[in-house]
Ligand binder design. Structure first.
Ligand SMILES: [Zn+2]
Length: 363
């Protein structure tokens, strides 16, 4: 199917005034037809054939959307579009230079008539996270070890991202922090775009400046390459943030991305992950380090047991949980040959740190 099919369809869409039979109504494509269209769409991208790409869409699909998609796809590496047994498509893609391949489920409406099958719609599959290039017009900017992608304020994040990733690359945390050579940070341009990228309501992230997660909404099947960790900026909570705040936020989140190879911490060990991210963040700002220490002093006498996992999500406890964890990690890193012991704490449920004293001087 190509230009000819598209031309015929355009012809058919005109009112059939003098034709005795009514125009043929398109019917939903079969699984095999959907798979053919997915494959053909992929070919048009690989062959860089914009005309053929546009011709895979039905005439009533918004041409601006099709043009946006074409422009966006030129910026990323789309490696596969596959029809799945549940009737969704799974797209495999990455930002150029990124290690790993993101996989997203998307909804594809494919219709056929006697002249062939065309895409009548592409978009979010239920509440599944949607790839940002399907959501809005994107740009990509590279800085140090970060690639910023999205329709948001890339320029405003470029310097903080460059400084944060360069700092992390130089930080002495042994083998725990393994930053990618190209870490992707997604910067959605609106609340609506953020919600689609997250597949969730923005209300769920009202306290979060950014989220670090693994870019895979496509189920558990094996893929060619592991899905990469990505940082997603929350536009609502960061639009007024100054450069210092953005830098602190990114050091914290990029630490999460660079430690995602360890997997989620074992039960009760979230303090190791959050403490490491917070500890490194505090290394970049004396003011933030002093404020964190003051939180500890305000809570004297201090427990020598780590905060519970739930404390980090509890607004009445999270401030102390972060401050305690950062101070504990700071002590552990200073005390010993660290990499392996932090790794052990990370993966061992309920394991307590052996601290040589309280995490702050309560006098
Ligand atoms: Zn965190």
């Amino acid at each position: 199917m190509g230009l000819l099919a598209a031309a015929l369809l355009v012809g058919c869409s005109a009112p059939a005034v003098s034709t005795p039979s009514a125009p043929e109504a398109p019917t939903p494509a079969s699984t095999a037809e959907r798979a053919d269209v997915a494959e053909h769409l992929m070919e048009t991208v690989q062959e860089n054939d914009e005309e053929a790409f546009s011709a895979t869409f039905a005439a009533d699909v918004d041409p601006e959307f099709v043009a946006m998609l074409w422009t966006n796809l030129d910026l990323i590496d789309l490696s596969l579009v596959e029809e799945r047994s549940d009737g969704t498509w799974r797209v495999h893609w990455k930002v150029p230079g990124e290690q790993g391949v993101a996989t997203h489920l998307i909804a594809a409406d494919v219709e056929c008539d006697s002249s062939g099958c065309l895409i009548a719609g592409l978009g979010q599959s239920g509440t599944s996270p949607e790839p940002i290039w399907l959501v809005e017009p994107i740009s990509i900017q590279h800085t140090a070890y970060v690639a910023l992608v999205g329709g948001g304020d890339l320029a405003g994040w470029q310097i903080p991202a460059g400084e944060a990733s360069a700092f992390l690359m130089a930080s002495p945390t042994d083998d725990l922090v393994q930053q990618a050579s190209t870490q992707v940070v997604e910067v959605p341009g609106s609340t609506e775009a953020f919600e689609k990228v997250m597949g969730a309501s923005a209300l769920d992230f009202a306290d979060a400046g950014a989220i670090t997660w693994v870019a895979n909404s496509g189920g558990d099947e094996d893929t060619v390459s592991a899905a990469p960790p990505r940082v997603v900026i929350n536009p609502d909570t960061t639009q007024d943030a100054d450069k210092t705040s953005r830098n602190l936020l990114l050091v914290h989140e990029l630490t999460h991305a660079a430690t995602s190879w360890l997997g989620h911490p074992a039960d009760g060990q979230l303090w190791v992950s959050e403490g490491l991210a917070e500890h490194l963040m505090l290394q970049t700002s004396d003011a933030a380090a002093q404020a964190s220490n003051q939180v500890l002093l305000d809570h004297c006498p201090l427990s020598d047991a780590p905060p519970a996992d739930a404390d980090f999500a509890d607004p009445s406890k999270s401030e102390l949980a972060y401050a305690w964890s950062a101070a504990a990690i700071n002590m552990l890193l200073a005390e010993r040959d660290t990499g392996h012991s932090l790794h052990y704490l990370w993966i061992t449920a309920g394991e307590q740190p052996e601290l040589i004293g309280p995490v702050a001087d309560c006098g």
